[in-house]
Design a protein around this ligand. Sequence first.
Ligand SMILES: [Zn+2]
Length: 166
Amino acid sequence: MNNEWKLEIAEYGTLRVCQTLLDSLSTFCQLLPSQPESGGVLVGKHLNSGGAMLIDDFTPPQASDRQGRCSYYRSEAHNNKVLDKWKESNGHSTFVGLWHTHPEAKPDFSTLDRKDWINALKNSRYEGTRLFFIIVGQTHIRCWVGNQTKTTSKIELLGEYKIGSK
Ligand SMILES: [Zn+2]
């Protein structure tokens, strides 16, 4: 509960990721050949003190998603889930990024992932200029930050977390 993964971001501040969220995401880890890619949306809170961002919630795969071994399609159903969470939290919990799994130890983003992330940065509605992208691999979780300015979308690896370490 009090354990967190903390990542420092220049000109932004501290990103805090809840241990409970990491534990929940780890349960979708693709260790067996039969396990498909999973994914969803990251939900967090913009902070005024004690850091810049706390990611503490997510949406799990929805029935309308399409899950293949090496492919994943995120359906519109996630948006409604996020809206519910936003209402329940009186506007504190909001869309802050995307997550999905990969059947590889230390995950790297694919060309398609990058396209999806840039599309999210350019075309989705969010507070500020940054979104966070998490890929859950078989042994490590990696986190990237995307920063959208008027002219460019920049994606940068922030760090990696070894699954099971506390
Ligand atoms: Zn991917």
